[in-house]
Design a protein around this ligand. Structure first.
Ligand SMILES: Cc1ncc(COP(=O)(O)O)c(C=O)c1O
Length: 399
């Protein structure tokens, strides 16, 4: 069918007869790009089933590149099935839209990633899906809140910005005992710090979602999300909604994540080490009222972190003493030279963002001072320490 002889250049360059030999093997998988997928004949067109990974039907439903990434993410998470989405926030939205309907209630940790809470406050509320925020450090309280309308409980470990590490096993168990599906935002754990499908005491979440934007990418240059399960029926529910909503990821972005995955565990360990060194250094500083890092004794939920995890992400927050005004803490942040001001984490560049956490929660937090979150990159720790020290000097005249 595809012969390049007797055809003009326009046609022969589109319908070219050459097929490279099979059997090419390299370190990284190839990149396959498609909206259209070509079928050999009509029988193949009719026989192909988009729900199965036995063949290809359309770019949105999978290519060798996205199938390969899905399989690797499922393995990373300790699950069996994964779906890819164009951002972590889209992955949160997929779970909500696939599992909830009008009249249902959703429970979200009060310290969850903010935009997921905004989705509940806006679109979900307009569609008749109610929500409440629960205290993730109180499993008995969650158990009391779960009612007949509760259909989904989100979990997040640790909490966004304030870094409280919950008793995930207890939260998952009380939800399961009441027949309610749990979905964990596992972006911080990244599939490295703990297995969300094998928590202490035989507990497990039903769904693990990740912003692949962070650790699996590691470059600060890709947006992507995943939703992983160990349950075929639950996976199919999510997969059908994923198909109907038109979620898909580009091959070049998938390839960037595939290229980063082999170094994920090494990067995670290096950023963990550096973050703990800096968090411990901050404990001694008189400007700082509290250091919030789940692996630091005294940090909220430290015992749960110890019981659940064997590693920690390169992320921590410090609470400045309440005697410092917001402008003074801003002056410290502005004086930093290596830490850049920007959202997200797990990339090569260390990042910093100041937060006023009181406005971010439905309940008051115990932190009166400004909270500053640090994401640690790959710079030398001694250079980062020197940068912190000089910025404290600029802002507060400290030695
Ligand atoms: C815990 C957590 N979950 C989800 C997301 C959303 O990921 P994305 O930026 O890919 O939408 C973020 C982003 O900062 C996050 O910190």
């Amino acid at each position: 069918m595809t012969s390049s002889t007797n055809l003009g250049p326009a046609t022969s360059l589109i319908h070219h007869g050459y097929t490279p030999p099979a059997g090419f093997v390299a370190v990284q998988p190839g990149i396959f790009k498609a909206s259209t997928v070509i079928f050999p004949d009509t029988a193949a067109l009719r026989a192909r089933n988009w729900k199965e990974k036995s063949g290809y039907t359309y770019g949105l439903h999978g290519t060798p590149t996205t199938f390969t990434l899905e399989e690797r993410i499922a393995t990373l998470e300790g699950g069996t099935h994964a779906l890819l989405l164009p951002s972590g926030l889209a992955a949160i939205a997929l779970v909500d839209l696939a599992l909830l309907e009008s009249g249902d209630e959703l429970l979200i940790p009060d310290n969850a990633y903010g935009p997921g809470k905004e989705l509940a406050r806006n679109e979900l509320t307009r569609w008749g899906i109610t929500h409440r925020f629960y205290d993730p450090m109180d499993a008995a309280g969650l158990e009391r809140m779960i009612g007949p309308k509760t259909k989904l409980v989100w979990l997040e470990a640790p909490g966004s910005v304030t870094m409280e590490f919950p008793d995930l096993a207890a939260l998952a168990s009380v939800s399961r005992a009441k027949g309610v599906t749990t979905a964990l935002d596992n972006t911080w754990g990244a599939g490295v710090a703990f297995n969300p499908f094998a928590l202490p005491g035989n507990a497990a979440v039903d769904i693990s979602m990740q912003a692949l934007t962070k650790y699996p990418s590691g470059g600060g240059d890709v947006l992507m999300g995943s939703v992983t399960t160990r349950d075929e029926a639950l996976h199919l529910r999510l997969k059908f909604a994923h198909m109907r909503q038109g979620w898909g990821v580009g091959a070049n972005d998938a390839e960037l994540v595939l290229r980063s995955l082999p170094t994920l565990a090494l990067r995670y360990a290096a950023q963990d080490r550096a973050a703990r060194t800096l968090a411990e250094w901050f404990v001694q500083r008189s400007e700082i009222a509290r250091v919030l890092h789940p692996a630091l004794p005294g940090s909220p939920g430290f015992a749960h972190w110890q019981n659940t995890c064997h590693a920690a992400a390169g992320l921590f927050s410090v609470v400045f003493d309440a005697r410092y005004a917001s402008e003074e803490v801003d002056a410290f942040v502005d004086a930093l030279k290596l830490f850049r001001i920007g959202y997200s984490w797990a990339g090569p560049v260390s990042l910093v963002v100041p937060y006023h956490v009181q406005g971010m929660r439905s309940q008051p937090t115990p932190y009166a001072g400004v909270v500053v979150r640090f994401s640690i990159g790959f710079e030398a720790v001694e250079d980062l320490l020197a940068d912190l020290l000089q910025a404290l000097g600029v802002a507060f005249g400290a030695a």
